[in-house]
Design a protein around this ligand. Structure first.
Ligand code: NAG
Ligand code: CA
Length: 228
């Protein structure tokens, strides 16, 4: 009896069933150094990465949109917004690129995709399917065990969070691929057309756990479509 109970607790803790979050979003309603969603990826040791998601916020300070840390580096793959208008950063293994002049109006849904390729070392940011310039970050593999967090910026694996870099707002449609998406695929994602879901993180089969104040709600993008 006791053994069965322990076994079932272990099972629950270890292997959450992936959920289809189509038509849903994560709402981050408070500024804190706790509230976050941990996304459990398929795979590691990446030679290329694309991360796409949609978000809405009214923050004008710094915030993290997608934080990957490993024991090798706490900024293994980080999409970061600075306090400067239109200024985003992509960090790969601690090296970062600066992207200027991108749209960031408050209370506006944006799709953002960030790509990185280890051969060229180039990163790029796409907002609503429109490209930034391409800039060099890091050449080499991301070979640590990735710990992926929405809502907080990791300065250690799943730790050392800073409320002043936390995300407040809504995030939906999070996907991660272990390759660089073509411009066509990125633009299909931006338009919410049929696109190939992420092979590392897939919003339609999402393995995740929530810590603190994060709410799963109906997405407000295409509200009629999703709620009819
Ligand atoms: C990561 O992959 C590369 C090949 O791309 C391989 O040479 C290396 O040994 C791998 N590292 C780990 C830790 O698995
Ligand atoms: Ca960090």
């Amino acid at each position: 009896m006791q053994i069965l109970l322990i076994a079932s607790i272990l099972f629950t803790a270890c292997c959450a069933v992936p959920q289809d979050l189509s038509g849903k979003m994560f709402t981050f309603p408070v500024e804190s150094d706790v509230a976050r969603v941990r996304l459990l990826p398929s795979g590691n040791n990446f030679t290329s990465v694309t991360v796409c998601l949609r978000f809405l916020t009214d923050l004008t300070r710094t915030y993290s949109l997608f934080s990957t840390a490993s024991t090798a580096n706490n900024n293994d793959f980080l999409i970061f917004k600075t306090a400067n208008k239109g200024h985003f950063q992509v960090h790969t293994r601690g090296k970062n690129s600066q992207f200027y002049g991108l749209p960031d109006e408050p209370n506006t849904w944006y799709s953002i995709c960030s790509t990185w390729d280890s051969n060229s070392g180039l990163s790029q940011v796409w907002i609503n399917g429109n490209p930034s310039t391409r800039k060099v970050t890091f050449k080499g593999n991301l070979d640590g065990e990735p710990n992926i967090v929405l809502g907080q910026e990791q300065d250690a694996v799943d730790g050392r969070f800073d409320a002043a870099q936390s995300f407040v707002g809504m995030i939906t449609d999070v996907h991660m691929w272990d390759y660089v998406l073509s411009a066509c695929e990125i633009q299909r994602f931006a338009s919410d057309l049929n696109f190939t879901p992420g092979d590392v993180i897939n919003w339609r089969a999402l393995d995740f756990n929530i810590v603190g104040d994060v709410v799963i709600e109906d997405s407000q993008i295409n509200g009629c479509f999703h709620n009819q």
